[in-house]
Design a protein around this ligand. Structure first.
Ligand SMILES: Nc1nc2c(ncn2[C@@H]2O[C@H](COP(=O)(O)OP(=O)(O)OP(=O)(O)O)[C@@H](O)[C@H]2O)c(=O)[nH]1
Ligand SMILES: [Mg+2]
Length: 535
């Protein structure tokens, strides 16, 4: 449960102004486009890139991988920090495709709120529903943006009803759309009694805001055609009668979501949403950890790794751990304890992710997301503290569901391939198994598209063309037990045994029957479908 503002201590102003959130949705609803517009209004960039455009105009800041640029989809979560008015936003754009949802789910452990994007023509789609349920498990506050109102979209009440019914959450309109598709003019701001009109001529322009004196203001007749105005008055009256009014406490507890309508590509509705995140969104929240939760106002610094990304930028060939600061005021150069290995680590080159590049982070506060370049010491789930033994909780690890063999196109390059695969395994992009008999590697992923990403990244980042081939195995299970029991098991089952990137023993098989047999014949051994990230 989130603590309510009333029983949480007041945060230092630098922490209180932070808003750390993820943008989530079904594929293609417009997350990356919305992210670009956030950066535009945050003053972080001068011109928004487009996901599907030619040449330079296509370059969006969050889809930085070659495959993302080629295909116009996001395959990996990316973080960005920028100021908006008096706030500091830390935003994470996530991939919508379910093949990459492990990344998205982990991201949700590192944020305090989510912006759920819905396509106005499509409503609540399958992946929206799944992601929403993950947010609900964590009681994450959710703000909703109904996008693509410049296209034919569904009736506003229908959209709201669908969210209320499918997701079992109260929905309150923060804005109300005027016209749809070609006739979409803008929105009536239900929270501030303002009219926001969309400028179709300039997609990068901030909408014109007209203050009016309620819906009876005669100014409206000049700005809105009579038929649309009549409909607007009727609908807003109905909405005020039938739908719940905005309640910040309910938003913070995750039982109500305010919805804004707009068109990300036309920059419309974005500023109002950003204002909403700033004014009503949660401040940095306590993080769950063992043996106690970490509160943001604690003066000692703590943070945890929720993502690792290698070769992010060809200019900086290294591996970066994404760290969510959970407490305190971090300063560059601090020595923190790496809790898993109990070793001190001097954090001398932390980076802040800005729009198109990174910058040395001189400091960071609870709520921030920073990058720590490292040579593989930092893994997903690791905690950094000023000495106390605390471990972040709840970072998910998915069981690999698809297995394939992988070989280097050039057999002389097997060693290189091993290095590349280990790097991706540590990054969490795939599970990698080295069979105890024979050569080659087996790669395990959650969704088929991950194989493609892997193949293309190994080729681009390591210059190694690879070949995937069918594997005789379909399931992987980590083997736990005391040393002798595991040894005995390994010796008797050599043809099924492999080792992961940590050298841990993994049992590979094609048959559920085999797994049942092991469980029956080896009572001292346990098999698990996932490997706990935290050690
Ligand atoms: N008509 C219209 N199209 C839009 C709008 N916003 C985004 N799009 C288009 O919708 C497509 C998908 O947009 P993205 O921003 O890549 O969507 P996404 O949610 O990031 O997609 P994934 O990351 O792959 O899940 C692109 O072609 C956008 O140009 C909008 O307001 N109106
Ligand atoms: Mg995207």
């Amino acid at each position: 449960m989130l603590d309510t503002p009333s029983n949480r201590p007041e945060l230092p102003p630098e922490i209180a102004r932070r808003r750390t959130f993820a943008i989530i949705s079904h594929p293609d609803a417009g997350k990356t486009t919305l992210t670009e517009k956030f950066l535009l209004y945050g003053g972080a960039i001068q011109m928004a890139g487009q996901v599907r455009a030619k040449g330079e105009a296509r370059r969006t800041r969050s889809d930085f991988m070659q495959m993302e640029k080629d295909r116009g989809i996001s395959v990996s979560a990316s973080a960005m920090s920028f100021d908006f008015k008096s706030f500091r936003f830390n935003l994470v754009d996530t991939p919508g495709h379910s093949d990459f949802s492990e990344d998205t789910y982990r991201t949700l452990t590192a944020v305090d709120a989510a912006v759920m994007v819905i396509d106005g023509a499509k409503g609540v789609e399958s992946q929206t529903q799944k992601l929403f349920e993950v947010c609900r498990l964590r009681d994450l506050p959710i703000l909703t943006f109904c996008n693509k109102m410049d296209r034919e979209s569904r009736d506003t009440f229908d959209i709201i009803d669908e969210i209320q019914e499918n997701l079992a959450i109260d929905v309150t309109p923060a804005s109300w759309p005027i016209g749809v598709g070609r006739d979409f003019l803008g929105c009536y701001d239900m929270l501030h009694d303002r009219l926001e009109l969309m400028d179709r001529a300039d997609r990068n322009k901030v909408a014109e805001s007209v203050s009016i004196n309620g819906l009876d203001d005669p100014k409206l007749d000049e700005l809105i055609p009579a038929n649309l105005l009549e409909k607007l008055r009727e609908e807003v009256e109905m909405a005020r009668e039938l739908l719940p009014t905005f309640d910040r406490q309910a938003l913070l507890e995750g039982t109500m979501t305010p919805i804004w309508f707009g068109s990300a590509i036309n920059s419309f509705g974005v500023k109002e949403l950003m204002d909403g995140i700033g004014s009503y969104g949660p401040e940095p929240q306590p993080q769950q950890a063992d043996p106690r939760q970490i509160a943001p106002e604690e003066t000692k610094v703590a943070g945890f790794v929720f993502k690792v990304q290698a070769n992010m930028d060809p200019k900086h060939r290294d591996r970066v751990a994404f760290v969510r600061m959970a407490s305190g005021h971090f300063k560059r150069g601090m020595k923190l304890t790496h809790v898993r290995t109990k070793k001190p680590m001097a954090i001398s080159n932390p980076v802040l992710f800005l729009a198109s590049d990174r910058e040395l982070a001189e400091e960071a506060w609870a709520g921030d997301i920073i990058g720590i370049p490292n040579h593989g010491q930092l893994r997903i789930g690791d905690t950094l503290t000023e000495g106390e033994v605390l471990r972040a909780k709840g970072i998910p690890s998915f069981a690999p569901e698809l297995l394939q063999g992988v070989r280097a196109g050039d057999p002389m390059k097997a060693k290189h391939l091993e290095k590349a695969l280990m790097q991706f395994a540590e990054e969490g992009a795939a599970k990698v198994f080295k069979p105890s008999i024979g050569s080659g590697f087996i790669v395990g992923v959650v969704g088929a598209l991950q194989f493609e990403v892997l193949g293309s990244r190994i080729e681009l980042e390591y210059g190694l063309p690879v070949r995937f081939e069918a594997s005789q195995f379909t399931s992987a299970r980590w083997v736990h037990g005391d040393r002798l029991a595991v040894e005995k098991f390994v010796n008797a089952n050599k043809q099924h045994i492999s080792y992961d990137h940590d050298g841990d023993v993994v049992y590979l098989t094609r048959l559920q029957w085999d797994i049942d047999r092991v469980e029956r014949d080896y009572p001292d051994i346990t098999l698990s479908a996932t490997k706990e990230m935290m050690v």
